[in-house]
Design a protein around this ligand. Structure first.
Ligand SMILES: *Cc1c(COP(=O)(O)O)cnc(C)c1O
Length: 441
């Protein structure tokens, strides 16, 4: 199996670091584009196929703009994600609004943009109707399905939907579809996300088969047209070098088999396949680049780096593995075991524990792989730590800053209501009511 290789050389990273101090996120435009092409090719058998990028994974307009060139839409789940889409000129059925526990003003905002609204519960039909204040429901809506039990396949259990807060049960799907139809909705799409970061080519095909069967039932028993089946996200990536990456071509072919066996015989060969992949689209094409600033030996050998969980939370939150390459030492044997830590006052703040690496010196650059999704976007400001810049390594080899690093004044910005604000480099608010919620439609 191939070892993980960084998508930039040490020399390139050092030259970038002279302009943009570490830590920073770096995204690989070339890799992202090639991946988008593979995804579209894998589903090209389905004329209506669309990928809606899960904005929460990497909410950067420069990256989303690249996906737009390939005809991708966006999957939003919050007001600010909708605002980002709107600012990019994205509207209508290019937006899937897959939210849960949805504030009513967010339903209203999504509706005003013409988004396809994916309801997470049967009671949300009334919530949505209330939110749009008596306006007619859209022609096309979507329902999120939760089959309960375990979602398993021949070679193992993928997840336990029964314990997930998301979605409607099967009888509720039927009842909701009938209700929507009675309220003038002609097209009811279906959606489900039953497992996260799956590393098998069987997840999407098994999910698709289940949803296709439900689609046939919805049409027969609720009398609605099912325009699309949305397989959502959950397609994983190989975080560990010994893992076998998913093969999107095999995944597309597996979905096609289920489509041909279930939908086509039912006369539903016109159903479009939708996806909302986040991790699989950008994950491998983003890295966190950080520098070793301390070496400490006590009961363990520690590398102190200039990034922390505020920059990449996944290891702290889920014990997630992110492969680390010591730049310039790619081919040296891993003779040492280090805990790679950040500077938060939390012992769990580490990018890796007991990680086998070559001997590392202060000043070495570390390339933290597969941080391109649910990486920067999960960042937070504990301990007053600031989120890093995001840089794009362009296909032409140049580097473009696509989000600057946070500054102390960003951190202090919400104290603008206090007299101390100017001393913190923050412009005071005109009045304490000066920060209204974004305008309601
Ligand atoms: C998080 C999420 C996704 C994306 O999941 P990935 O695992 O990143 O592909 C898609 N749809 C919904 C509704 C989500 O919540």
């Amino acid at each position: 199996m191939e070892r993980k290789r960084p998508f930039a050389s040490r020399e390139r990273l050092e030259s970038i670091a002279t302009r943009y101090p570490t830590p920073f996120y770096l995204y690989d435009e070339k890799g992202l584009r090639a991946n988008l092409e593979r995804i579209l090719r894998a589903f090209s058998w389905n004329p209506g196929f669309r990928q809606f990028f899960a904005v929460k994974a990497t909410p950067n307009p420069a990256l989303i703009q690249i996906m737009r060139e390939y005809g991708c839409g966006v999957d939003c789940s919050s007001l600010t994600e909708l605002m980002l889409a709107e600012a990019m000129g994205i509207s209508g059925e290019d937006i899937m609004f897959s939210s849960n526990d949805t504030p009513l003003d967010e339903f209203a905002h999504a509706h005003r943009l013409g988004a396809i609204v994916n309801l997470d519960d049967i009671t949300h039909i009334d919530s949505f109707a209330e939110a749009i204040e008596g306006e007619a429901l859209p022609d096309t809506m979507s329902l999120r399905f939760n089959p309960g039990g375990d979602f398993s396949f021949a070679n193992g259990i993928f997840g336990r939907p029964e314990d997930a807060k998301f979605g409607l049960m099967e009888p509720q799907m039927l009842e909701a579809a009938r209700r929507l139809a009675s309220m003038g909705v002609r097209n009811v799409g279906i959606h489900a996300l039953l497992a996260s970061n799956t590393l098998t080519n069987e997840y999407y095909p098994a999910l698709a088969r289940r949803l296709f069967e439900l689609a046939v039932r919805l049409r027969a028993e609720a009398g609605v047209r099912v325009p699309f089946v949305n397989l959502s996200g959950g397609v994983g990536i190989a975080y560990r070098p010994e893992e076998e990456p998913n093969d999107i071509e095999a995944i597309g072919a597996g979905v096609r088999r289920a489509f041909d066996e279930v939908l086509v015989p039912a006369g539903m060969g016109d159903v479009a396949i939708f996806t909302e992949m986040g991790r699989f689209v950008t994950g491998p094409y983003g890295a966190l680049v950080t520098r070793v600033i301390h070496r400490k030996s006590t009961y363990h050998d520690y590398l102190g780096v200039d990034a922390c969980a505020a920059n990449l939370m996944r290891p702290m939150l889920y014990g997630a593995y992110h492969h680390i390459t010591v730049m310039g030492k790619e081919d040296e044997p891993a003779t040492h075991a280090y805990d790679v830590t950040g500077m938060l006052c939390e012992n769990s703040d580490r990018l890796a524990s007991d990680r086998a690496l070559p001997e590392v010196e202060v000043g070495d650059l570390l390339f933290v792989h597969d941080a391109g999704a649910h990486g920067h976007s999960m960042g937070y400001n504990y301990n007053g730590r600031l989120r890093s810049a995001e840089l794009l390594l362009q296909a032409d080899g140049g580097v473009r800053c696509i989000r600057r690093a946070e500054r102390p004044s960003d951190y202090f910005a919400t104290l603008d209501v206090l007299p101390i604000a100017p001393k913190l480099g923050v412009k005071p608010a005109a009045s304490s009511a000066a920060r209204p919620k974004p305008a309601r439609p």
